[in-house]
Design a protein around this ligand. Structure first.
Ligand code: MCN
Length: 798
């Protein structure tokens, strides 16, 4: 790694590896903190949004006169009123040079392209007054036919999603390993293969469903503006807002106070953020907007939504020969921050952990008159993992092989790392055999197979299935040069600063922006070890562009690998600075000083010691420091690794399927993840649990459904089924540890792993239970009705 720091634990009892309870949790759980919606500013006005109830139409008239008369209403603005200043929200990831981008207005001017699009905003003295006036705004539309089905959208006679663009295809992205020089010719590989299995998988549309709804407050102060927003990306947001509104970046401060979850759903530049800023500027008053839960489900970006045509080629012995993927990816109506890049990122993960000699990936990004899609936990990698882990099972069935045996035959062996895949990625480290063996032991595999056999033989209406997912993923989204070559505008490096305060306490400023991941705790553990100071003496500051001016924020399970390493590097610099002062104070040569447990000692004279915390005070209060040193013990650092990190794991699900009712029940779930060095095992386990909940939810419960007119019919939590803890099984989790060579901590990301891995394990388990009844596929989510139909009527139950 370029200019890597070294992780040198100093305290006698190491903090890294300790299952510390999260120091931020008391305030997060009790709510004794500032969420954006808690903020009340003098003279603050409230914004509500009038939204389109049609999926596609020309706006012929917006009558705001009645709303303007309503009590408490201060202003009502339409798209036309804001047309000159609203700009277009940019898309930061144009995946091809000829990608078609219709632009993304914050508020519709001429035309609406999905239900829920903003057509007017109301500004009132109270939130209730703003909400009540919504129904007083009359909007007339000339209806246009909505484009809702991707396969129809690319058919010959299709209606158009945007009538000023003559196709519904935003881009056609191809990765061909033969052409890239990373693999053999795919067509030839398929022509020469003994067996080819082809499947069409539907990876359904999901809603991120974070706990805290989106919320924004803007305070104008002369030419300056402060925005508080429940966002994952205050740094990126500030840049984008400056570009969209023309407000100079240095006049704009963005603060993400404590944020109640994001899962990729708050990795966005929201139209409402732009609108609140424009209106605060126009009226010279603070403005707040907080969405309702239904607004959130209907208008915050969605995730996934791919139709996948997957072909796998193999010889009779089960040695895979090639993989061919053709993807239709639903963009929704607009290209938002990284909409087009989500499936393109997945392109590199479809081969999974297997040694495919040949690989071709093609993806069409399709416009539909639905809310745009974008990142949702895993962003591109769950879709890829689902496809490859499902098709491996299908091939195993075709070959009459054990699905685990097929995987073993084809996966990268421990001694082959680092391994360059057919997609051109260099996987860093791991041992798939070891993780799998541990997972098999955890779940009690042999007994489960025995039970499966008994149930099958006795014709038990409740059948048992066992499903595998042996996955890897690329995370620690960083290597700037790689991301730059993919035209990816975010990610990359991360920054950190450390300041020793006079009393010896330590302030750590990080560019990452936690919204539930526990960085304050983990970063404190890193710093406590590096500087040899008590864990409690470290305070971690984040999420405010005035406090942490440089940062790339939190997504792509990047924060520990990239941001944590920047913290370690800053700590090394702090120690180097303190060493100079220590040499001066101890009247010794710098080279004769040892630093351990937070103390400098002079080699050979063990009695003389000075702690780094004492040095901080000496510099501040006694003004005692050498001439060539600045009077502060602080340092800035950035880190930009040269590769991604590649956590991996084996997930096994044992599932009961009641063939009479279609009900499924996860009997056991075991997973062994390898995330390299673990900084905090409690946080890691929590991250895996949360990820599993979301991955299992895709398999069993969640789906965003639109009706034939383009209305979201799952617009409440009654219809969009987010599981609670009671719906989920006990998880048996374990770890193997293969350190990541690309960062000094040796860590790999964990924030998305559970979500990426679990979905195919669950679906494979359900299919394993009922294959002998002739079932080939069941469409997600596996509702009782679908399972029952697949068992009793054939097809995928959809
Ligand atoms: N960690 C560790 N040892 C490791 C790896 C990670 O102790 N080997 C710890 C880290 O110190 C950090 C946490 O685990 O406290 C997650 O670290 P990391 O994998 O670096 O992921 P990020 O912090 O970058 O978080 C992003 C990731 C993503 S992409 C989504 S989506 C997601 C997730 O985190 N959204 C979440 N987890 C979430 N958890 C909560 N509560 N809320 C969200 O919105």
């Amino acid at each position: 790694t370029e200019d890597a720091a070294t992780l040198t634990p100093q305290s006698p009892e190491k903090e890294v590896g300790k299952a510390r309870r999260r120091k931020e949790d008391a305030r997060l759980i009790t709510g004794r903190t500032t969420w954006t919606d808690n903020m009340v500013l003098p003279g603050m006005l409230h914004m509500s949004v009038v939204r389109s109830h049609v999926a596609h139409g020309k706006i012929t008239n917006v009558d705001v006169s009645a709303a303007l008369e309503a009590p408490g209403v201060v202003a009502v603005l339409t798209g036309r009123d804001l047309a000159d200043e609203q700009g277009s929200i940019p898309c930061a990831w144009p995946v091809t040079a000829d990608m078609v981008n219709p632009g993304h207005p914050s508020i519709a001017v001429e035309e609406v392209n999905h239900v829920g699009e903003a057509v007017a905003v109301i500004i009132a003295r109270s939130r209730d007054a703003a909400a009540d006036a919504i129904e007083l705004v009359d909007v007339d539309y000339d209806l246009l036919p909505p484009v809702l089905d991707m396969e129809q959208a690319v058919g010959g006679e299709a209606d158009l999603c945007h009538d000023h663009i003559d196709s519904n295809t935003a881009y056609h992205f191809v990765f061909d390993a033969g052409e890239a020089g990373t693999g053999a010719d795919t067509e030839q590989a398929f022509a020469d293969a003994d067996v080819v299995v082809s499947r069409r998988f539907v990876n359904q549309r999901l809603i991120p469903a974070f706990m805290e709804p989106r919320s924004v407050v803007v305070q104008p102060q002369g030419e300056n503006f402060t925005m508080w927003s429940a966002t994952q990306i205050p740094h990126v947001l500030r840049v984008m807002l400056a570009m969209v509104t023309g407000i100079p970046e240095h006049k704009l401060r963005v603060v993400a106070p404590d944020v109640g979850g994001g899962f990729g759903g708050k990795l966005q530049v929201n139209p409402e953020e732009v609108l609140a800023l424009l209106i605060a500027r126009r009226l010279g008053k603070p403005v707040k907007w907080t969405e309702t839960r239904s607004e959130s489900l209907m208008t915050a970006h969605h995730g996934r939504d791919q139709i996948q045509y997957i072909d796998i080629a193999s010889d009779r012995e089960g040695n895979v020969k090639g993989l061919r993927c053709r993807i239709l990816a639903d963009m929704g109506a607009y290209l938002r921050l990284i909409t087009p890049g989500v499936p393109a990122l997945g392109a590199f993960m479809f081969p999974g952990i297997y040694k495919f000699p040949a690989y071709r990936f093609e993806c069409d990004g399709i416009f539909t008159n639905k809310v745009p899609t974008d990142a949702y936990r895993g962003a591109g990698r769950p879709e890829a993992t689902f496809a490859v882990e499902r098709i491996m099972d299908e091939l195993a069935v075709e070959l009459g092989m054990d699905p685990l045996e097929l995987r073993r035959r084809n996966w990268i062996r421990a001694e082959e790392f680092p391994f360059t895949t057919v997609a051109g990625l260099e996987y860093d480290s791991g041992d798939y055999d070891a993780a799998t063996q541990q997972a098999l032991d955890l779940i009690g595999y042999d007994e489960l197979r025995e039970e499966q056999r008994r149930r099958r033989e006795s014709g038990d209406p409740v059948q048992l299935g066992i499903g595998f997912s042996t996955f890897t993923e690329m995370c620690g989204l960083a290597p700037s040069r790689v991301l730059g070559s993919l035209s990816y505008g975010a990610g990359g490096w991360e920054a950190a600063s450390i300041r020793m305060l006079p009393t010896g306490k330590v302030e750590v400023v990080t560019g990452s922006t936690p919204h539930g991941q526990g960085h304050e705790t983990a970063w404190s553990q890193l710093v406590a070890d590096q500087l040899g100071v008590p864990f409690e003496d470290v305070e971690v500051l984040h999420g405010d562009t005035a406090v942490s001016p440089r940062g790339m924020d939190t997504y792509g399970s990047r924060s520990l690998v990239v941001g944590g390493t920047a913290v370690v590097k800053a700590a090394d610099k702090v120690i180097a600075k303190a060493r100079k002062v220590a040499a001066h104070l101890l009247e010794a040569n710098e080279d004769d000083l040892d630093f351990s447990g937070g103390k400098f000692t002079v080699r050979g004279t063990p009695g003389t010691a000075l702690s780094i915390q004492e040095i901080a005070l000496a510099v501040f209060a006694a003004h005692d420091y050498p001439e060539d040193v600045e009077p502060s013990i602080d340092a800035d650092a950035t880190f930009d690794p040269v590769n991604f990190s590649f956590p991996h794991g084996t997930h096994i699900c044992a599932m009961e399927v009641d063939t009479d009712t279609g009900f499924v029940k996860i009997r056991k779930y075991a997973c062994v993840d390898d995330v390299g060095t673990i900084v905090n095992p409690l946080i890691v386990e929590g991250q895996v649990h949360g990820g599993l909940a979301q991955g299992i939810a895709q398999a069993l419960y969640e789906e965003a459904v639109y009706d034939a007119d383009g209305n979201l019919t799952t617009g409440t939590f009654v219809d969009y089924l987010v599981p609670s803890a009671a719906d989920l099984p006990h998880f048996d989790t374990g770890n193997t540890v293969h350190v990541a060579p690309g960062n000094p901590i040796g860590a790999k990301g964990v924030g998305e792993a559970g979500c990426i891995a679990s979905t195919p394990a669950v679906v494979n388990a359900a299919l394993d239970a009922v294959r002998h009844l002739g079932v080939q596929d069941i469409r997600m989510p596996l509702t009782p009705e679908r399972v029952w139909r697949a068992v009793h009527q054939g097809g995928d139950g959809g």
